[in-house]
Design a protein around this ligand. Structure first.
Ligand code: HEC
Length: 101
C-alpha cells in the first residue's frame, strides 16, 4: 500500500505547489500570515487558514473598502487588498479556506 500511496502524495504535492493562486496572489500575504496561513500577523490577527470561504471574501472586501479594523491594524490590510479585484478576492478565499487549520 505504501508503494502506491507515496507517489500519489508526491504527485498531489507537485500539482498543489504549482497552483497559480499559491504562486502569485497569496505570495505577498505569506510574509505576514505564513505560507500555510497559520501565523498570526504581528501576533495580532486571527489565524486565517481554514476560515469559511464566505467569511474570507467578506473580510477581504471590508478591508479593501476600509471598513474593517479589528486590532487597530486594518490599515495594513487595506493596503494589502487595495488593488485586488473581486475575482482575485474569490480566488484567494478559495485558496485560504482550503488551508489546514
Ligand atoms: C504587512 C502584513 C500583512 C500582509 C502583507 C497581509 N496581512 Fe492580512 N492581516 C494583517 C493584520 C495585522 C491583520 C489584522 C488587521 C485588523 O486589525 O483587523 C490581518 C487580517 C487579515 C484577515 C482577517 C483575519 C480575521 O479573521 O480577523 C484576513 C482574511 C487576511 N488578513 C488576509 C490577508 C490576505 C489574503 C493577504 C494578501 C493579499 C494579507 N492578509 C496580507 C497583516 C497582513
Amino acid at each position: 500500500m505504501r508503494k502506491i500511496l507515496l507517489p500519489i502524495i508526491v504527485l498531489v504535492n507537485i500539482v498543489w505547489s504549482q497552483s497559480p493562486t499559491k504562486n502569485s496572489l497569496y505570495k505577498p500575504c505569506a510574509a505576514c500570515h505564513g505560507s500555510g496561513g497559520n501565523v498570526k500577523a504581528f501576533q495580532k490577527s486571527e489565524i486565517i487558514a481554514g476560515q469559511p470561504f464566505g467569511v474570507l471574501t467578506q473580510k477581504l472586501k471590508d478591508y479593501r473598502a476600509g471598513k474593517r479594523d479589528v486590532t487597530g491594524m486594518g490599515a495594513v490590510m487595506k493596503t494589502s487588498t487595495a488593488n485586488l479585484t473581486d475575482e482575485q478576492i474569490v480566488s484567494l478565499s478559495v485558496y485560504i479556506s482550503q488551508m489546514k487549520k
